[in-house]
Design a protein around this ligand. Structure first.
Ligand code: COA
Length: 335
C-alpha cells in the first residue's frame, strides 16, 4: 500500500463580483440580512458574455495545480471531477478536462456528491493511489451556480448563498512517508434528498412535458433548500465527520492545525469552531468573498489557505463537508 499526497493546488474564480447590494437590485433582499444569516458579502457570478463554464473554470484551476506540482499534463494518470452543475447533462466534465488539457486518453470519473463532492473525489483518488493503480491523479471541484438560480424575490433564500468558481489538486503517490492523506470518511442519508434538491427536469417529468405544460409557476428546475433543516443537520454531521477522522487516527481535537470546512454558511463554521475550541487561525473561511461554491468550496479554501502560508509542512489539516443528499464526510491530512 502506498500513501497519497497533495502536491499541487490551484483555483480560479470568475472576475465578475456580485455584492449583496447588487443583489438587492434584482430581488427584495439587503446586505444586512445576507451578512447576518450567512456571513457572505459578495460572490463571483460568471458574466453572461464570458466563456467560463464548470469545465472551463476547472481546466483553468487544473493548469495552475499541475504547474505547481512540478508535473506535466502527460504525467497525470486519471481525472476525478466533482460538480453538481456540469456543462452537459451528459457526458460529464471529466472528459472535457481530458480534451481541454490535451491529455492522453486517460480515464475520467465524474463525482455527483454536491457540497461533499470534493471530499468524495479526494477519497476516490486516495484509494486508486493507495492500491498502486494510479500514481498521479488530477482532482477538480467546479461549480457554475449562477446560470441556474432563481434571481427573483421568489428564489432569494437560496440564490443569495451560491457562487461560481473552481479549484484543483494534484494527488500523487508518496513512498516511505507517513505524510499525506491519513484517512477519509464518507456518509449519506438519502431520506433527506428532497430537502436540498433540483427536482426538474427528471426522468418522469422530462423537458417535452415541461415545455408542453409551459407553467410559469413550475420552479422545479431551480434549487430548493429547506434552510433550517439543512442547518440543523449540518452542524451535527460536520462535528461527527471531524470526530470520526480524528478518532480513526487516534488524535484529539487539539491536534488540528487547520480546519477547512465546506463554506456553506459562516454561522455553521463558527459553530463548529466554538464546539471544537479552535482559535481563529485554526479555521479557514472565505465564504465572505465567494459564497457557497459547493464542490469547489473546500478546494478553493484549501488553495487560498496554502497560498497565504497558513498551511505548513507537518500540519494536521482536516477537510470536512456536508450537503445535498444528504452527504457528508471528512479527510485528514498530515501535510
Ligand atoms: N433576503 C431577505 N429576506 C429573506 C431572504 C433574503 N435573501 N431569504 C429569506 N428571507 C426571509 C424569509 O422570507 C423569511 O421571512 P418571513 O419571516 O417574513 O417569512 C425570513 O427571511 C426568514 O427566513 P428563513 O428561511 O427562516 O431564514 P433562516 O434564518 O433559516 O436563514 C438560511 C436562511 C438559508 C440562511 C439558513 O437557513 C441557512 O443558512 N441554512 C443552511 C444552508 C446551508 O448551509 N446550505 C448549504 C448546504 S451545503
Amino acid at each position: 500500500m502506498y500513501n497519497s499526497k497533495i502536491i499541487g493546488l490551484g483555483k480560479y474564480v470568475p472576475e465578475n463580483v456580485v455584492t449583496n447590494n447588487d443583489l438587492s437590485k434584482l430581488m427584495d433582499t439587503n446586505d444586512a440580512w445576507i451578512q447576518e444569516r450567512t456571513g457572505i458579502k459578495e460572490r463571483r457570478w460568471i458574466d453572461k458574455n464570458s466563456e467560463d463554464t464548470s469545465a472551463v473554470m476547472g481546466a483553468k484551476a487544473a493548469r495552475i495545480a499541475i504547474e505547481r506540482s512540478g508535473l506535466t499534463k502527460d504525467d497525470i494518470d486519471f481525472i476525478v471531477f466533482a460538480t453538481l452543475s456540469p456543462d452537459y447533462y451528459f457526458p460529464g466534465c471529466g472528459v472535457q478536462i481530458q480534451d481541454m488539457l490535451e491529455m492522453p486518453t486517460i480515464g475520467a470519473l465524474d463525482v455527483r456528491n454536491q457540497c461533499s463532492g470534493f471530499i468524495y473525489a479526494v477519497s476516490v483518488a486516495d484509494q486508486f493511489i493507495k492500491t498502486g493503480m494510479y500514481k498521479n491523479i488530477l482532482v477538480i471541484g467546479a461549480e457554475y451556480h449562477s446560470g441556474g438560480l432563481d434571481k427573483t424575490t421568489r428564489g432569494r433564500s437560496v440564490s443569495v448563498i451560491f457562487g461560481d468558481g473552481a479549484g484543483a489538486a494534484v494527488m500523487s503517490r508518496a513512498e516511505n512517508t507517513d505524510h499525506g492523506i491519513l484517512s477519509s470518511h464518507l456518509h449519506s442519508e438519502g431520506k433527506y434528498a428532497k430537502e436540498l434538491i433540483v427536482e426538474g427536469p427528471n426522468i418522469k417529468h422530462w423537458v417535452p412535458q415541461m415545455l408542453e405544460e409551459n407553467n410559469p409557476d413550475d420552479i422545479s428546475y431551480f434549487p430548493y433548500m429547506n434552510g433550517q433543516h439543512v442547518f440543523k443537520h449540518a452542524v451535527v454531521r460536520f462535528s461527527e465527520a471531524i470526530m470520526e477522522g480524528l478518532a480513526a487516527n487516534k488524535l484529539e481535537k487539539e491536534a488540528i492545525d487547520m480546519l477547512i470546512p465546506h463554506q456553506a454558511n459562516l454561522r455553521i463554521s463558527q459553530f463548529i469552531q466554538k464546539k471544537f475550541g479552535l482559535r481563529d487561525n485554526q479555521v479557514f473561511n472565505n465564504i465572505q468573498k465567494y459564497g457557497n461554491t459547493t464542490a469547489a468550496s473546500v478546494i478553493i479554501a484549501l488553495t487560498e489557505a496554502w497560498e497565504a502560508g497558513k498551511i505548513k509542512d507537518n500540519d494536521l489539516v482536516v477537510l470536512a463537508a456536508f450537503g445535498s443528499g444528504f452527504t457528508w464526510g471528512s479527510v485528514v491530512i498530515r501535510w
